[in-house]
Design a protein around this ligand. Sequence first.
Ligand code: SAM
Length: 267
Amino acid sequence: MSKMDFSKIATEYEEYATVQKSASEILLKLLKIRTNDDVLDLGCGTGHLTRKIRSLSNGNVVGVDPSEGMMREAIEKSKGLEIVYEIKSAEDIDYVESFDVIFCNSAFQWFKDPEKVIKNCYRALKRNGRIGIQAPAKKIYCPNFIEAVEMVKRDERTKEIFSHFKEPWFFLETAEEYKSLFEKCGFKVVFSKIETITTEHTPEDVLKIFSSGAIAGYLNQDYYNIKLTANYISVFKEIVRKAFEYQAKKGMVKLKFNRIFLIAVKE
Ligand SMILES: C[S@@+](CC[C@H](N)C(=O)[O-])C[C@H]1O[C@@H](n2cnc3c(N)ncnc32)[C@H](O)[C@@H]1O
């Protein structure tokens, strides 16, 4: 069975990425993009927010993401729009004083070397430029997902392979810790807050939301030091589907996400 990375879920991503979308609206409000801002969308995915940013500013708009599948979708859907896309990891960007704003929605948790990325962003911003991030935060970033994955951990059919899973995500427990990380890299942090956002969905939709992001970690061969089998993947999906059904009250699941919202300025 091939790995389940972002390229595998790219074509359905936008339809199901509802939690990323609604959180992005809060981030956009906090960032207040102006009509002449040059903007970098870091970890842009399929570019649905890059296109939104394009509609807010007449400046240069660049989207960066290492996933070829996501970028294929982004380029296809942005035809005729002046957006430059680069297939690259945030760890490898080498812009110098090129942007007024860096927008980073639901991608920070995936960075392998967050400190290097923050330093790259500092270099990439013009003076008085600002960066805004929104990302899942805290080890228990979503109690619903953690509870479902706990069942995978305990189930006789999946526990052996799951014991070889190494979580790829970067999470800090407090807004203060996120703030310190950005300050260490030279930024002045003007806003840092972890919010618990609760939305209600049917169990099927919770599974779709899980499949629009978390699954690119939990079922990605790169994060196991043992070969994933087709049976493991299908039983894993079955267990989480049942877990979300079990979490429903009167047909609806209260889906909780802890999210960091942070705005920092390069003075
Ligand atoms: C949940 S998606 C978010 C996409 C988009 N920003 C949104 O809000 O819908 C996470 C994205 O982060 C990207 N990503 C993962 N590791 C990355 C890295 N090291 N540098 C830049 N982007 C990365 C993935 O390829 C994926 O497209």
